[in-house]
Design a protein around this ligand. Structure first.
Ligand SMILES: Nc1ncnc2c1ncn2[C@@H]1O[C@H](COP(=O)(O)OP(=O)(O)OP(=O)(O)O)[C@@H](O)[C@H]1O
Length: 287
């Protein structure tokens, strides 16, 4: 659902208000609110089972939240209530793209073909949805050239140009991850949501991923990611939000969050008041 324009701060791209999600008797997300700013990398972190994927699934339309509002504000000021859109509308109209924990490429298609398939909607629109359009309309020819240019651009950014004609399934794991992100970028998102992009990567692949994410941010695209690898989170994020048992326990810069006793307690699985004692023991080298 579009809200037209509104009075939200123009630097906010995503506003999650009082989100709750219940599975039967389990309150997986409980009154969770946060904002992601435009042009920033925001990381959503928390221990296993904290509710990160559930929040992602609510934002990207895989789940309908039990309660709450998720507002996406585009650069031109148009806003959409994501919980009222269907998942394909979230990509197409609200311009939110996502990747998944498990790689989902067309492994038998080439790297380039994967990037062209992602632009299928734009190409079909230019064809007027007719075979004649596909064969002769100048609009289609123009759109098709633009799709190839965009694919080339993201191949280069993802450092995959040399592998363009290879089947996607033949790429090493880290390159497949970058291809998935390049494919999501070919849909022209304003917000890119990444579910554990660094999972299973070696340090070299992880560095290549960080470089790609920084170049995406530098183009003004906002990124929201779930990540377990704290070195990745601390290195690339501008803003970190921490969830525990479906509730927000911390929100701020990577430095702020890293030193927040509530976060340390959540990750170590101890009570808040035990944190100071643990910090002393760490300082004294007793643990
Ligand atoms: N479809 C579902 N049906 C029932 N319970 C669910 C469903 N999806 C998630 N849950 C439960 O909701 C809670 C939050 O799960 P979620 O997967 O969102 O956490 P997470 O922080 O992403 O965990 P992880 O880091 O392990 O991926 C868990 O207790 C999980 O078992």
């Amino acid at each position: 659902m579009t809200l037209g324009t509104n009075s939200m701060n123009k630097d906010t791209i995503l506003k999650v208000d009082h989100l709750s999600m219940k599975f039967g008797g389990l309150m997986a997300i409980n009154d969770f609110s946060f904002e992601a700013r435009r042009g920033e990398i925001t990381a959503l972190i928390g221990p296993n089972g904290a509710g990160k994927t559930t929040v992602f699934n609510c934002i990207t339309g895989f789940y309908k939240p039990t309660m709450g509002m998720i507002t996406l504000q585009q650069k031109d000021g148009h806003t959409y209530l994501l919980e009222r859109l269907r998942d394909f509308e979230i990509t197409k109209i609200a311009k939110v793209s996502r990747t998944f924990q498990n790689i989902r490429l067309f492994s038998g298609l080439t790297v380039l073909e994967n990037l062209l398939v992602a632009q299928h909607n734009a190409l079909m629109k230019a064809s007027g949805y007719t075979v004649l359009g596909l064969l002769g309309l100048p609009a289609y020819t123009k759109a098709s050239a633009a799709a190839i240019d965009k694919a080339r651009y993201w191949l280069d950014k993802a450092n995959l140009t040399e592998r363009a004609d290879d089947p996607a399934g033949d790429l090493p794991y880290g390159a497949q991850r970058r291809l998935e992100i390049a494919r999501a970028m070919c849909t022209g998102p304003e917000l890119l949501c990444l579910d554990e992009p660094a999972a299973g990567l070696n340090p070299r692949e992880s560095a290549a991923l960080n470089a790609l994410l920084h170049s995406i941010r530098d183009e003004g695209v906002s990124i929201l990611l779930i990540e377990h690898d704290m070195s990745v989170v601390m290195e690339i994020s501008d803003h970190v939000v921490v969830l525990e048992y479906g509730q927000k326990i911390s929100d701020g810069t990577p430095d702020h969050v890293k030193n927040d006793p509530k976060v340390i307690a959540a990750y170590l699985g101890v009570e808040d008041d035990e944190v100071e004692e643990i910090e002393d023991q760490l300082d004294e080298g007793r643990i």
